[in-house]
Design a protein around this ligand. Structure first.
Ligand code: SF4
Ligand code: FES
Length: 363
């Protein structure tokens, strides 16, 4: 096995509390209650340990991280530890006073999520009336504060016809970067797959629109584009490989190799309140389970891409086959691939449009 490198970034999921109800929520099925959230001192220690391990960035996320009243303290702690700080927010609960105090604490970047380019569809998806105007106001505050802004759009069958408008809106609000990410189907999103899955033709149109926009907006807007795995020929290198580049800490302090790892039933995750982050990164059973290439089955084991995509996504393999140790079904070489493609095409055609919303407090 190759030598273990330090993680590049920490995703600090401060809370699962969230005012939005998105049907593709990536948080685990069992949400953490506020009483189980790590207190400030434990978060500060974990952030310092991450910096000590070699992490360069911390992404404060959730749920909605701004519901934590100690966010300024955590940003200040991360800044003092030399980490680049990014806030990932829905923007519906952020006012000028709060943004000023976060900026004073050292906040360096904001990623603002939008559910669509307009209020009607966006507010139906997020299940929050009045969200769109609040998000636009937050974008202005962020730019007025001189912070760089990324606009995040999760895209799917019910909003993909607004892709061009989303990119134009990103430019209009002063974003430097837009992330257009197709829904990834594990956890809660699996419940809504039939309402969200695009068809192959829609995917091809989306990809062409992104290519044209990249040419049109060169030097104005950087566009990151995450395609839906179900129509891929080869899988994405999820998280840059399990336990290679990233670590996540859940609201209660569980240290996870990816944000969806808790969907893998039967795996145990160490808690940063009980063990140091360095020890967990290096020695924990969960991080070592799918690290590197030794765990791989065929066809990955003898594949020349095994150190490029690291066998794809463990959470997707589990969601589709019930076995996290199988080759990612998004790979055309996987024995499960045909079933995945059939499933995607069937659900795209069925054209269901009702959502099972994700309501915090309702499970
Ligand atoms: Fe990646 Fe495995 Fe597919 Fe090869 S066989 S491309 S390593 S998922
Ligand atoms: Fe967990 Fe891909 S999301 S490994």
């Amino acid at each position: 096995m190759t030598a273990l490198e330090p993680p590049l970034a920490l995703l600090a999921e401060l809370t699962h509390r969230c005012p939005l109800q998105c049907p593709y929520c990536s948080n685990p099925l069992a949400l953490e209650k506020p009483a189980n959230e790590m207190p400030t001192a434990d978060w500060l220690r974990a952030i310092n340990e991450a910096a000590g391990l070699g992490c360069l960035q911390v992404h404060f996320s959730g749920g909605e991280p701004t519901v934590r009243r100690d966010l300024e303290e955590l940003v200040a702690g991360a800044t003092a530890a030399g980490l680049y700080t990014n806030l990932i927010t829905s923007g519906v609960a952020l006012d000028a006073k709060r943004l000023t105090s976060l900026t004073a604490a050292g906040l360096e970047h904001v990623q603002l999520s939008f559910q669509d380019s307009g209020a009607e569809i966006g507010e139906r998806i997020g299940g929050y009336e009045g969200a769109h105007a609040k998000k636009l106001a937050t974008a202005k505050l962020v730019r007025d504060a001189g912070l760089p802004l990324t606009a995040n759009f999760v895209i799917h069958r019910q909003n993909l016809h607004h892709l061009t408008e989303m990119l134009d809106m990103a430019v209009a609000i002063g974003a430097h970067r837009a992330e257009i990410a197709n829904v990834q189907y594990y956890g809660w999103a699996l419940k809504n797959r039939a309402a969200l899955m695009p068809s192959r033709t829609q995917l091809e149109e989306m990809t062409a629109t992104v290519a044209a926009a990249r040419a049109r907006l060169e030097g104005v807007l950087v566009i990151d584009y995450v395609v839906p795995d179900y129509y891929a020929r080869r899988p994405k290198s999820c998280m840059g490989g399990w336990g290679r580049r990233f670590l996540n800490i859940s609201p209660s302090g569980k240290v996870l190799p990816c944000h969806a790892a808790e969907s893998l039933t039967g795996m145990a995750f160490d808690n940063v309140r009980q063990r140091s982050l360095a020890e967990i990164w290096r020695d924990s059973e969960a991080f070592n389970r799918f690290r590197g290439t030794d765990w791989m089955p065929e066809p990955c084991k003898s594949c020349d891409r095994k150190e490029i995509d690291w066998g794809g996504c463990r959470c997707q393999a589990f969601a589709i086959t019930g076995d996290a140790a199988r080759t990612d079904p998004a790979c055309g070489l996987s024995g499960d691939h045909a079933r995945l493609v059939e499933l995607a095409a069937g659900e795209a055609e069925a054209a269901a449009d009702g959502f099972v919303y994700r309501r915090y407090g309702a499970g």
